[in-house]
Design a protein around this ligand. Structure first.
Ligand SMILES: Cc1cc2nc3c(=O)[nH]c(=O)nc-3n(C[C@H](O)[C@H](O)[C@H](O)COP(=O)(O)OP(=O)(O)OC[C@H]3O[C@@H](n4cnc5c(N)ncnc54)[C@H](O)[C@@H]3O)c2cc1C
Length: 849
């Protein structure tokens, strides 16, 4: 009985702490009072009393008495941290400090405030943006023939380049006063999504001038003169931009670039001016081969002290017209059969005046910060839109195909094996869209949430990989044989591009997301680190002591929360609404508290060496990432007005995310840096064991069923991609065939029931006629069956080519030549021309210009 009272009392105490932020002293007093009453009431034997009071008094005195705390806790800890705190390079510091924190901080800190999430407004398109999407974007989509682009031309056709420029597709982020469209991030994302769903090559061409490139850098850091000159020209496509950061020696570690600029005097437009002499070698640069203005990152050196005492001035960004003497540009890479322009470029002794530097001479050395700040917004807009585009088109087309394609006299989408793939396609597409919209709501409200955009870049491209793979499996040979009627092959080929660019995914997951998250979102970590770096020891101790007190309170609160939510199966956690959807909120609160406890302990144990523990960091990224997606899914559902039809998608996605969170936490505990502590933490955060489960078969069936028939949920899921009604277009043929198949199904069912449906018919038409003659079907039914059969054949057939056609297009020798002599390629100056600075006199044939 006594034990029950004691446990009950402690649980009530833990619950109070879990739900209310109780100050440290108050908590101590309440606990002391409870133990005192319990002792006086004779609840303890001598031994248990001694044990409990010792367990309570030791830490309370240590933490509660300032002198004791300083002597036995603050100083030893500070000493240890000072010894292990890794030095932080400027580039690392810039990367970590870039951007702002937003909703992810709530999830990180163990107590997400659901009211805050509810108060965020998911963005909506303005009238003008909607008109652009329904007008020029749809027109562009109708113009796109991806096979022609990626197989015949290896480029967009000239009329498409012209159309893009005329309609200001390259000026979506440029303000109207400079002649741009001044679109919101949502509109930008929607345009990229719609175009990419039709053609990745066209989508990337539209995307690049609008993200992470010269226009964005100019808008934030350019001088007024640079803005006035370049922005109108970039908006209407007179200038085609690219941004060159990556080189052969510097990929993920872009800060290690060997591209140099030496401060010197040189000649510019006939005058001797102060400037930079540049040498560089870059590769993989999108739009590089057709660029007229090259955004370039390089390191500046001032050996002669022309502009100050410092010799190494750091990474700097400049805009360089590509016809500047010495610039070598024009050759192309061939990235996985995509036809957007991409290639290497280099410069040999290129002299530029100081005012080519973005923002002018004063911005020497700020290039890395510019880059990471732009990245903290940019990677949340375009790449995730491409991932979502792939998801939406796979969901729409694979669902339709799975209904149309029959094997064993049954639509393949009705087989349980295929249903599993369809459920993943549907659920993950919903997740991608939800994550995209929640992130855009942050960006459009003026935030630059660097951790969230890293999450979105990584997971939307990884989810895209899974969805496209599943889609390929469902299509079988139909997805493999390339040709004009293959609508997923190119998306499949280009998946690794999204995975690699804007922060390669392994690096983003295992280093960036949690590394940056921990420093940006943890309420005390940075304060502690900053205190540890102070040279003035008394100040350092005082600052560290203050942060430490807060940190202990934060940890104790989260520990109680994780335990109480865990032992109650999350029922004691807060939820903004009751019922099944409310349960997901409660589970998320539980996982958030579990994450806060686990991550805090791991960071405390490993300190600076955590930087090398990428496996643990990657799993923490998974926890944070999937919690973000689960909350985005709930937010989207609520924002859409909680449509009942979407429930299977919502529940599948929420369950999937929560299960992934649990898996990642389980793996962290199995690999905990101190094994026995890992066991204790497991008991504390999962007192009822690992109780979350994957979405079950019945739920998967409900999701798959939504995808294989026309309906509101399918339309909402795939909203925002271009839907063709052109019978000459394969995607238009799919929609048409789906309708006809569904109309024919009741007749087929009846025939099957009457044993009249014969598999493997060679002459379908004759069979239909016979049925009609025998009055087993009406003339109308015969028409329906025939129409379905014709439409099906149009969908299931693949392209074939004469041997000659394929030799012409795939002969290695021919291809190498055709790429070099591509009509888009600029005349490449010889080394001599580059060195002497004399321009090539032959005509340029740059399609992009
Ligand atoms: C089609 C395409 C278009 C591109 N467009 C542009 C452009 O317009 N401008 C531009 O400047 N660049 C561009 N890039 C370059 C792109 O940003 C780089 O490819 C990317 O940064 C990765 O560099 P890398 O390819 O050299 O790979 P590497 O840096 O060699 O990385 C290889 C692998 O190692 C992993 N890795 C590296 N370091 C770590 C670490 N510390 N921890 C864990 N994993 C790690 C990476 O995640 C990756 O999986 C483009 C690339 C491609 C393929």
């Amino acid at each position: 009985m006594n034990v029950l009272v004691l446990l009950g009392g402690l649980l009530v105490l833990a619950y109070t702490v879990a739900r209310h932020q109780i100050p440290f002293h108050t908590l101590g007093l309440i606990t002391a009072l409870f133990l005192l009453i319990f002792t006086l009431a004779g609840g303890f034997s001598f031994f248990w009393g001694l044990l409990f009071w010792t367990i309570f008094l030791l830490p309370s005195l240590l933490l509660g008495l300032p002198q004791l705390r300083l002597q036995f806790l603050t100083r030893p800890l500070l000493k240890r941290i000072r010894a292990v705190l890794p030095p932080m390079s400027d580039t690392e510091r810039d990367a970590i400090e870039a951007g702002s924190v937003w909703w992810e901080a709530e999830l990180f800190r163990g107590a997400p405030d659901w009211k805050l999430l509810q108060n965020y407004k998911l963005p909506t398109l303005s009238k003008e943006e909607r008109a652009f999407l329904d007008g020029p974007v749809d027109e562009l989509c109708r113009m796109i023939d991806d096979w022609d682009i990626t197989h015949n031309r290896l480029d967009l056709p000239p009329e498409m380049w012209a159309f893009l420029k005329q309609n200001l597709f390259f000026g979506m982020i440029i303000p109207k006063r400079y002649g741009g469209l001044e679109f919101s991030a949502l509109a930008h994302s929607c345009v990229v999504m719609k175009v990419s769903a039709r053609s990745i090559s066209a989508g990337v061409t539209v995307m690049v001038p609008n993200s992470l490139g010269p226009a964005e850098l100019l808008l934030h850091y350019g001088s007024e003169q640079q803005k006035d000159y370049y922005l109108p020209r970039l908006a209407d496509g007179r200038e085609i931009p690219c941004f060159a950061l990556t080189g052969p020696g510097a990929g993920s570690d872009a800060g290690a670039m060997l591209d140099t600029a030496v401060v010197c005097m040189g000649k510019h437009q006939g005058k001797k001016v102060l400037g930079l002499l540049l040498n560089w070698e870059k590769r993989y640069i999108t739009l590089g081969p057709v660029a007229t203005v090259l955004g370039l990152a390089f390191k500046v050196f001032d050996p002669d002290g022309l502009i100050g005492d410092q010799q190494e001035l750091g990474i700097t960004c400049a805009l360089i017209p590509t016809d500047t003497p010495g610039v070598i540009i024009g050759n192309r890479h061939f990235p996985l059969n995509a036809a957007f322009q991409n290639g290497p470029n280099s410069g040999k002794d290129v002299f530029i005046p100081m005012d080519y530097i973005i923002g002018g001479q004063q911005n020497i050395g700020t290039g890395w910060r510019m880059r990471v700040e732009s990245l903290s917004v940019g990677r949340g807009t375009s790449r995730p839109a491409v991932g979502t585009a792939a998801g939406k088109s796979c969901a729409r087309y694979t669902g339709a195909y799975a209904r149309i394609r029959k094997q064993f006299n049954t639509s393949i989408g009705k087989f349980e094996g295929v249903e599993e793939a369809l459920a993943r396609i549907g659920g993950m597409t919903y997740m991608m869209d939800a994550g995209r919209l929640l992130t855009l709501s942050a960006i459009d409200s003026g935030e630059s949430p660097s951790v969230i955009t890293a999450i979105l870049k990584y997971y939307n491209t990884e989810l895209m990989r899974q969805v496209v793979n599943d889609s390929m499996d469902v299509h079988g040979g139909r997805g493999i044989c390339m040709g004009p009627s293959n609508y997923i092959g190119r998306a499949y080929q280009t998946v690794p591009i999204g995975i690699t660019v804007e922060g390669a995914n392994i690096l983003t997951r295992s280093m960036i997301i949690f590394g940056q998250g921990a420093i940006r979102c943890h309420p005390f970590l940075v304060r502690e680190m900053e205190a540890a770096t102070l040279d003035d020891i008394p100040k350092s101790e005082a600052a560290f002591d203050s942060a430490l007190r807060g940190h202990v309170g934060y940890f104790v609160t989260n520990f109680c929360r994780a335990f109480i939510y865990g032992i109650s199966g999350s029922h004691l956690a807060e939820a903004p609404q009751p019922g099944r959807i409310g349960d997901y909120y409660q589970r998320l609160s539980q996982m958030s508290a579990a994450f806060a406890v686990t991550s805090d302990l791991v960071l405390m144990i490993l300190g600076g060496s955590f930087k090398r523990k990428e496996k643990l960091s990657g799993r923490f990224a998974d926890v944070l990432g999937y919690m973000f997606y689960a909350s985005a899914v709930l937010k989207k559902f609520e924002s859409d007005g909680q449509p009942r039809n979407d429930l299977p998608l919502v529940e599948w996605s929420a369950k999937y995310c929560l299960y992934q969170v649990q898996v990642a936490l389980d793996e962290i505990l199995r690999n905990f840096p101190i094994k026995w502590l890992g066991v204790i933490v497991r008991i504390a955060i999962f007192p009822l064991g690992l109780s979350l489960r994957q979405p079950n078969d019945a739920l998967g069936h409900r999701v798959a069923s939504l995808l294989i028939k026309p309906g509101k949920a399918r339309n909402r899921l795939t909203q925002g991609i271009f839907l063709s009604d052109d019978p000459a277009d394969i995607t238009g043929r799919l929609e048409d065939a789906l309708d006809k198949i569904i109309k024919a199904e009741p007749i087929e069912r009846r025939l099957r029931h009457d044993n009249l449906l014969q598999p493997g018919l060679t002459d379908f038409e004759a069979w239909i006629k016979n049925l009609q003659k025998a009055k087993q079907i009406t003339a109308e039914e015969a028409g329906i069956l025939l129409a379905a059969q014709v439409a099906t054949r149009k969908v299931i057939m693949v392209d074939d080519f004469s041997a000659q056609e394929l030799v012409n297009k795939t002969g290695a020798k021919k291809k190498a030549v055709s790429l070099k002599k591509s009509p888009t390629a600029k005349k490449v100056p010889t080394r001599k021309q580059a060195a002497t600075g004399k321009k090539s006199t032959s005509k340029k044939t740059v399609r992009g210009k």
